[in-house]
Structure formats: C-alpha cells, structure tokens
Design a protein around this ligand. Structure first.
Ligand SMILES: [Zn+2]
Ligand SMILES: [Zn+2]
Length: 574
C-alpha cells in the first residue's frame, strides 16, 4: 500500500519516499513552504475511516504554530496538525489514494497559512487557547467544575469529590459559591449538604486582560504562570497580594479567565500543591516549593449548559403551570424543564401506582408518592437549575388558590373534557386573561391532540367543541378520531380499574407535540390560537370494532398547526 501511495503522490508532483518509523510503514513527503523545508509523515493504516493524519517532523524548529500540537513518541517530537473535519463529514474510504491526497492538500494549505502569516498564526493560537491548554493537562483527570461565571477577582470554595465515586457530578472537584442558583435537590447541592462533602481548598479566580498563547509543553507552565501574574494590571495585582495572599494552604486552584477571539470567553486553571501550608505564591522565589499542574475547567452554569442542550435562555423566567401529571403531563414537564423553563408548577393530587410504571416518566422508587411531587424531584435531579414546585389541587380547586392570570401558560393534560370545558368557562366568566394549552390522546394509538388558546386571538378551546351537525356546543371534541358513545375502556380487574388502551409511545408522541407548541408559544413564535393533531394507525381500533370518525379518515395534516377558530363557536361569534 505505501508503495502505491508513494507512486500516486509522486505522480501528483510531490517529493515522497517510503520508510519505517518505530516498526511502522510510513510515507514521508518533503515540501518547501516560503523557504522552509517541511517534512510530513503519514503512518500507514489498513483503512482510513477519517481524514488520514500526517505528522509534521521536527515541529519545534518552526516556533509555536497554531493548529500544530506537539506529541512525543519514544522521545521523537511530532507535530499533530489539526485539519480534521468533524465526524459528520463522510469520508470516501473506498478511494484511499484520493483521500490521502485531499488530506495532504489540507495539511499543506494550513501549514502555509501558519508559517507565512504570523499575525494569523497568533490569532489562531489565542482562538484555540483552550484546546492547547487541554493538550497540557493530564487526560485522565476530570476537569474542575465551576458553578459561576462572573469574570471577577474572587475566592470560591472547592469541594472534594465524594470518595470512590467514579461517575456523576459527585466525582468532580467543584468550585461552588454559597449563593449558587443551583437547585437544592440537584446532586451538587445535595452532596454538599447531606453527604458532608469536604472543602478541599480555595479557588482564586483571576481575570486576564491580555491573553498570551498557551505554553507549548508542561515544562513551561510555571514560567507562563509567573509571566501572566506579572502582566496583570497594577491594581489587580495589588488586590491579589492584599486580599488573596493572607491565608496559608497547601493547595490552590488558580482559575484564569480571558476573552479569546470574537468575544469568546475561556476558562482554565492551574493547580498548585505544596508539602507545607504557605501563602499563594506570586513570584519566582516563592513558586519553587510548589508543584504546578495545568487543569481543565468546565463551566457549569445555566447559560452554558442549557444552551449546549438545545434549550432557550429566554425561557428561564417563564411561569408555566401543568395541570395533570399523568403519562402526558409528566413528559411535558420533562420536556419543558429540558427547554430551560425553571418555574414550573406541577399540579396533581393523584398517587403514583404500580399500574403507571409502563407509561410514566417516574421510576419505581416513587410508587405511592403523589405524581406531582415525584415529578418535581425528577426535574430537580436531572436539571440543576429547575425551580419546579408541586401542589395537590384538583382542577376545580385551582381558581380559589392561585392567581391564574399570573402564569405565562397553563397546560392542561388531564384527559377529561368535562373538567376542561368547565375550567375554560370559569376563565371566561372571571375575565382571566391567560393562555391555555389543552392536550389529550385517544385510545388504540389512533392519535392525540393539542389546542392552544391564546387569549385575545381568534379561536378558543370551545371552538374545538362545536358540534358540526347541530352548529352548537357539543360534549365531545370535534378533533376526535374515535366516534363518541362507544365503550373504549378496558378492564383487567373489573370496575374502578378501567383504563384507556394506549402505550407510552402514544402518550410521549402527544406530549412532544404539545411541548413543541408550548415552547414555540413561549418563545413568541406562535402568536395565533391553533390546534394540532397526530394521527396513528387504525389496526388496533379495527380489531376492537371501534368506529372512527370522518375526521380520522380524511385527516392528512399530522403535526401541522391549523387555525382554531370555528365560525359556529358561541364564544368567538360576535
Ligand atoms: Zn487547531
Ligand atoms: Zn371559540
């Protein structure tokens, strides 16, 4: 193979030869870039499933190059050039020769830029500061979690991981300020309060105004540290000496933060360890007693974690009530919290039972607990900034207890049309101006529905209850896919134990549809009342001789938002 590669690249005008590197077959390409002799080495593989990586030989003789990290293999320095395309780029592994040439061209183009344009090189070194820093860190070590993001000179307690913990947030060192907004029930807070997590030392946060490229190897980290401290503005250095060198310790985490390129902020740290307790070392005389190790930092704040998870910071302060925390409501609570909504109010007096296990979000440990309470614990346990709370009222009791107009949205997932219409009538009679989202699913997997009633826009929940044969209010929703008046309940254990036949995939489908609509509304993208349905298959209904509606058979608009207004609605007709 290497001969073939060598021949192919030679044909394309490259100067190549094959040889052996530490027992492996390699192809070496010699080039000249602006008077610099460059040698790139490709270690052959049986197949290339990602872009083949050439190593730059004798990388140090070019000075510090952006996108070139230095690795040492058995004492030999090699430059790892980062031309790597992301995983999502599909590589043509059936044509290895073309792939190798494509990769070589990318290596050459990148090296040309970093060697011939020192300004660009410097900017790129700053841009990729953090990845260069990571390269210096011990890869087996977990990053220091920091639960704050104010780039100011400050001192924060660092907590030890819980002993023998390998997984979870418990297993990290965490710099955790006492005024953190993280939920009291999240792992981090819980471990500090209940499990007596110990303070390991102090982190001193130092903002840097003018960031220099990361050191090229671990030997120069101490020098880099002293240089960085000495380059701080006078006022900050004085403050550091006066306020942060007044206690003695045998370890410190120095957390640095700086703006890199395009206003991006980076965080990284140095851990200082000493056999004796001493003040924070800021000079070359003081640092000699200390071991200096570069450490990676993971900023664990709401903005960062929510956005990385595809949530929306704009939803943080929205207030949403969910009435009914059954199979649909629990999924909605989960999705809305995931979207970044902190202030959920989950309302349901129902108790979680063994019967619910296969179509609910809650694990077994919550059996016999009220569903609303269990789901609040779940939200807090998974989402650190959740501020969800619960209460146990039934829908009829709500108006007297809460100011319903203060919610940005009320989601109703009780699957009971009588109570839903009653609640709507109450809002109308009391002139309460609040947007509601009713959602429910039908049995046998035929489908589910959501009705978004935005107060002040055309259409209301009762538009979805106009009986089209009489043109007046009906008892059954006109969105229904199952004909009214049939017995759709199943019973395994007799009266009082009846249930509607649907699976978790059906309730989840309904909940995801309703959640997307809720998020869209809360983001301000949905400004008109609307209705949405999803339609499933009818085999199970057929098997049970269940009659389906005209709407079911003609419905082709699954998941599409349709106008809600019905001309015959007595509320909407003026
Ligand atoms: Zn790079
Ligand atoms: Zn209406």
């Amino acid at each position: 193979m290497e001969d073939q590669v060598c021949r192919y690249l030679t044909e394309k005008g490259f100067d190549c030869k094959t040889s052996d590197f530490l027992g492996k077959e390699v192809v070496t390409v010699s080039l000249n870039i602006s008077g610099h002799e460059i040698k790139l080495m490709l270690i052959m593989q049986d197949r290339f499933l990602s872009l083949p990586q050439f190593r730059l030989l004798e990388p140090s003789k070019f000075g510090r190059l952006a996108h070139v990290n230095i690795e040492r293999i058995e004492g030999v320095e090699l430059g790892v050039v980062c031309v790597n395309a992301p995983d999502s780029v599909s590589v043509n592994f059936d044509q290895p020769l073309l792939l190798i040439q494509d990769s070589l061209d990318r290596h050459v183009a990148l090296l040309e830029s970093v060697i011939t344009d020192p300004d660009w090189n410097e900017r790129e070194l700053i841009r990729e500061f953090y990845s260069n820093w990571l390269f210096l860190c011990n890869s087996g070590q977990k990053p220091l979690l920091i639960n704050f993001s104010q780039p100011i000179l400050q001192r924060v307690d660092v907590y030890e991981p819980i002993e023998k913990m390998q997984y979870g947030l418990h297993s990290y060192y965490v710099a955790h300020p006492s005024d953190s907004e993280i939920s009291e029930l999240s792992e981090i807070q819980f471990a500090i309060r209940e499990r007596d997590r110990k303070v390991a030392g102090k982190a001193v946060v130092i903002p840097i105004d003018c960031l220099k490229p990361a050191p090229s190897n671990t030997d120069s980290v101490t020098e880099w540290y002293l240089h960085t401290i000495n380059s701080l503005p006078d006022g900050r250095l004085r403050q550091l000496r006066e306020q942060f060198c007044q206690w003695r310790d045998n370890c410190y985490w120095i957390v640095f933060t700086a703006i890199t390129i395009d206003n991006n902020r980076t965080w990284f740290a140095i851990k200082l360890d000493c056999d004796n307790k001493k003040a924070l070392p800021l000079t070359s005389e003081k640092i000699v007693d200390w071991r200096v190790s570069p450490i990676s930092v993971r900023v664990f704040n709401q903005e960062n974690v929510v956005q990385r998870g595809g949530g929306y910071i704009s939803l943080t302060d929205k207030k949403v009530a969910i009435i009914g925390i059954g199979s649909v409501g629990s999924e909605i609570a989960h999705k809305l919290t995931a979207a970044g909504i902190r202030h959920l109010h989950l309302i349901d007096p129902d108790i979680y039972q063994i019967d619910n296990l296969h179509r609910h979000m809650l694990p077994q440990a919550y059996v016999d607990m009220p569903k609303s309470m269990g789901m609040v614990y779940q939200c807090h346990a998974q989402y650190p900034w959740s501020d969800a709370r619960y209460s146990f009222e039934s829908i009829e009791e709500l108006p007297n207890k809460y100011s319903l107009g203060s919610y940005d949205l009320i989601v109703i997932a009780i699957g009971n049309p009588s109570y839903e219409r009653f609640f709507k009538q109450y809002l109308l009679d009391s002139n309460i101006d609040v947007t509601t989202l009713n959602c429910w699913l039908e049995g046998f997997g035929v489908g589910g529905h959501a009705v978004l009633d935005i107060s002040g826009t055309d259409g209301c929940l009762l538009c979805a209850y106009v009986d089209h044969s009489s043109g007046s209010r009906g008892l059954q929703s006109n969105l229904s896919f199952i004909e009214a008046g049939q017995d759709v309940m199943k019973s395994i254990a007799g009266c009082g134990n009846q249930f509607i036949n649907y699976g978790a995939a059906n309730s989840a489908q309904t909940a995801v549809m309703a959640s997307s609509l809720a998020i869209r509304y809360l983001e301000g993208k949905q400004t008109e009342s609307c209705k949405v349905s999803w339609k499933g298959d009818d085999d199970d209904a057929q098997a049970e001789n269940i009659k389906l509606t005209h709407r079911y058979y003609h419905f082709k608009e699954s998941l599409k938002r349709l106008p809600l207004l019905d001309e015959d609605c007595d509320v909407c007709r003026h």
